[in-house]
Write a protein that binds this ligand. Structure first.
Ligand code: APR
Length: 234
């Protein structure tokens, strides 16, 4: 497939792109995410029921980021953004900061970010790199103990859907990398592009929505993504 210079590209990424950096995916064989059931830690109801458990869970995930690095797939997407003669937008479902650290700048974290906290009182969103504790104060309104992780939990609305929708309608190529296609609305993005748009899935195995893509390549993200970016930039 040859794309004209100036064409715009939208790339959706999921947990599979960070797997080879050492972060576990959500739907591995045991069905658990870091030893928890998703509904015990990733819903607004769970936060009401047991805020300490939920904060501890996300505090651990935040600490874990200090021990992982972006891999060749994150770096390849940052290179594509730098060198492609057109728009490149990365929309990630991942709450890690590996795309940011690799250098992607036109980036939407549609499911939120581990390195941000949100105040339940004033709504202020701020950078947060350490644990959120019962005594943590909001830097904006100073209320104590009312910060939550800036994460989109099940049952909550993903972020920046209008901007994502506009980019999908206008793009010439849509690629999905390392996502199982289980969670909407992200799983439906491939169906939101204009008729005739190239669509490509790069994933370890077939996803729930593979049949909707015009092309699929199976393998590890650290191998598939750099090779694909090389082809595009040739
Ligand atoms: N290279 C490429 N793909 C991989 C790799 C790899 N090294 N390792 C795993 N994969 C694939 C898996 O085969 C799977 O299809 O990545 C996909 C990961 O799927 P999920 O664990 O379901 O993660 P994701 O699709 O990102 O989940 C979506 O679900 O729990 C919620 O909010 C959470 O953002 C998350 C959303």
């Amino acid at each position: 497939m040859k794309l004209a210079p100036g064409s715009s590209i939208v790339i959706l990424t999921g947990a599979g792109i960070s797997a080879e950096s050492g972060l576990r995916t959500f739907r591995a064989a045991d069905g658990l995410w870091e030893d928890h059931r998703v509904e015990d830690v990733a819903t607004p109801e769970a936060f009401v029921r047991d805020p300490q458990l939920v904060q501890r869970f996300y505090n651990e995930r935040r600490q874990q980021l200090k021990n992982v690095q972006p891999n060749a797939a994150h770096h390849a997407l940052a290179r594509l953004e730098r060198e492609w003669p057109g728009d490149v937008l990365v929309v990630t479902q991942n709450v890690d900061d590996l795309h940011d650290r690799a250098g992607s700048r036109n980036l939407i974290h549609m499911h939120g970010e581990l390195l941000k906290a949100r105040c339940l009182v004033c709504g202020h969103v701020c950078s947060w790199s350490d644990d959120i504790l019962a005594e943590s104060a909001c830097p904006s309104c100073a209320r104590i103990g009312r910060l939550r992780p800036h994460i989109v939990w099940f049952g909550e609305m993903p972020l920046e859907l209008d901007r994502i929708g506009d980019a999908l309608e206008r793009c010439h190529l849509f690629a999905a990398i390392g996502t199982s296609g289980n969670v909407y609305p992200a799983a439906g993005f491939v169906s939101m592009v204009a008729p005739g748009t190239h669509t490509l899935e790069l994933n370890l195995d077939a996803s729930m929505v593979s049949s909707v893509f015009t092309k699929c390549r199976q393998g590890r993200a650290t191998e598939l993504v750099p090779a694909w970016v090389e082809e595009l930039l040739k």
